[in-house]
Design a binder for this molecule. Structure first.
Ligand code: NAP
Length: 247
């Protein structure tokens, strides 16, 4: 029986990395609170990990306030809700896509962190783990909007770490490369063929691999702060350098 580690809040827990993280943290001894928009999927994941599902749209002030009001205690916040939309060049940028990427990744992370920070400090041993991306470290062609958003998330996360020095709250950013989730399906707006092509001939990371890293970071002794963690598949050495096997 894992020890009781307190309450972990996971945003974007209805699928992919967030759902796997909720399960991994429950296994590690956390009581998990899950937030996302798709209530049916969220309820399924909550049931799998004995957690509590609360509707959450991180782009909506009122939704974040209502969510945070239902979280009495918070020892760990995993800012995972996010994603990419499109691969347009700067010249052809779709401003709505850029706005939405900024809203969910940057302002969404800010809203939830701001709302739960007092509870993280009050816990006496809080942690924030934010899921960034290799896109936060490396600009790539077709990535401008997502690069800009994840670079902003990384900057905010590092500033938060500076601001919290001396407070009992650790701050970490985990930056995965290619992970096989619905990420590409969302990016290509439901075009399954384009999404499948991203992973063709490659063995990408699984959501469970990133979840494993979140659980590892979260369960280090309180004196240890893992500031940043870049994790890539063996088949990937940078954003667009990928080894593909013949199929
Ligand atoms: P995913 O399966 O599409 O999951 C995205 C999650 O974010 C879903 O649970 C979605 O839930 C939630 N979400 C989206 N908009 C939201 C909103 N407005 N409010 C609340 N939740 C919202 O993709 P994933 O790969 O697991 O993505 C998780 C994180 O990993 C993202 O931040 C992504 O940028 C990052 N990442 C992914 C990869 C990759 O290759 N897969 C690589 C690096 C980083 P609802 O739709 O139900 O709200």
């Amino acid at each position: 029986m894992a020890r009781n580690r307190g309450v972990a809040v996971v945003t974007g827990a209805s699928s992919g990395i967030g759902a796997a993280t909720a399960r991994a943290l429950a296994d590690a001894g956390y009581d998990v609170v899950l937030g996302a928009r798709r209530a049916d999927l969220l309820a399924d994941v909550a049931q799998q990990c004995g957690g509590r599902a609360i509707p959450l749209d991180v782009t909506d002030d009122a939704s974040v306030a209502a969510f945070a009001a239902q979280v009495e205690r918070c020892d760990l916040l995993v800012n995972n809700a996010g994603g990419a939309l499109g691969t347009d060049s700067v010249a052809d940028a779709d401003l709505d896509d850029w706005r939405r990427m900024h809203e969910v990744n940057v302002l969404g992370t800010l809203r939830v962190t701001k709302a739960l920070l007092p509870k993280l400090v009050a816990s006496g041993d809080g942690q924030v783990v934010t899921i960034g991306s290799i896109a936060a470290r490396e600009p790539y062609q077709g990535g401008a909007g997502y690069n800009a958003a994840k670079h902003a998330v990384a900057a905010m996360t590092r500033v938060l770490r500076l601001e919290l020095l001396g407070q009992p709250v650790r701050v970490c950013e985990i930056d995965p490369g290619m992970v096989h989730t619905d990420f590409s399906l969302v990016r290509f707006k439901g075009d399954q063929e384009r999404a499948d092509a991203v992973y063709a001939g490659v063995e990408p990371l699984l959501a469970e691999d990133v979840a494993d890293a979140v659980a590892w970071v979260a369960t280090r002794p309180s004196r240890v702060n893992i500031d940043q963690l870049l994790m890539l598949a063996r088949d990937q050495t940078s954003a667009q350098v990928v080894h593909r096997r013949a199929q």
